[in-house]
Write a protein that binds this ligand. Structure first.
Ligand code: IMP
Length: 191
């Protein structure tokens, strides 16, 4: 089966491709010749995921999926959450986002956090959502150089490494995106 993955984030594409074993062929927006920066104007991760897949389905009429992810920090009342990409501004700088996060957490005692991914799949006009959560905590200094986004300061429960210190396969054992993708694949296998 072929599905368009409605994203321009190559890290997300690489992670999801590494989880697939051949039954599913994902085509990126770039590969499909769709040059669009899909807006993420909503207040929830679910609505943003949904908005992205619906934009592509309405434009092309082809089966597709998208995902939206947020880092939810307990001591910051769930922020940056749906605003994770633009936490420190429109530049969407990973470094500036981490700096802002560490400044806002500096005086807090509880550094627990989670990544939450929602995948929105549209098959023949019918939408289904899949969620994946990775519980963990934020650390005060960056460690590691792999991955992207907040990976250098996030340690998933059950490990003492940050996501940025893990290979893609190692990250997949704990990751929100891998958990949501497993649900997506199981659903597609049952169609
Ligand atoms: P979005 O889902 O494209 O809106 O991404 C939200 C932001 O969350 C990204 O820009 C990254 O900063 C961050 N993010 C999403 N997934 C991950 C991840 O797996 N690790 C670290 N940061 C992530």
């Amino acid at each position: 089966m072929q599905l368009i993955f409605a994203t321009n984030n190559q890290h997300k594409v690489d992670e999801i491709r590494s989880l697939l074993t051949g039954e599913l062929d994902i085509v990126t927006l770039k590969e499909a010749g769709i040059d669009i920066d899909i807006p993420e104007p909503y207040e929830t991760i679910e609505e943003n995921a949904s908005g992205k897949s619906k934009t592509i389905y309405n434009m092309k009429g082809v089966n597709c999926f998208s995902e939206d992810t947020g880092l939810e920090v307990d001591a910051l009342n769930g922020e940056p959450g749906v605003k994770s990409a633009r936490y420190a501004g429109e530049s969407r700088s990973f470094d500036a986002n981490i700096d802002k996060l560490l400044i806002n957490l500096a005086e807090k005692k509880d550094w627990s956090a989670r990544f939450r991914t929602v995948i929105s799949l549209i098959i023949d006009g019918q939408e289904t959502l899949f969620e994946g959560i990775s519980e963990g905590h934020i650390i005060p200094e960056r460690r590691g150089s792999q991955g992207f986004g907040y990976d250098p300061v996030f340690v998933p429960a059950g490990s003492n490494k940050t996501f940025a210190e893990m290979s893609m396969n190692e990250k997949a054992q704990y990751s929100h995106r891998a958990k949501a993708t497993e649900k997506l694949v199981a659903f597609l296998n049952n169609l």
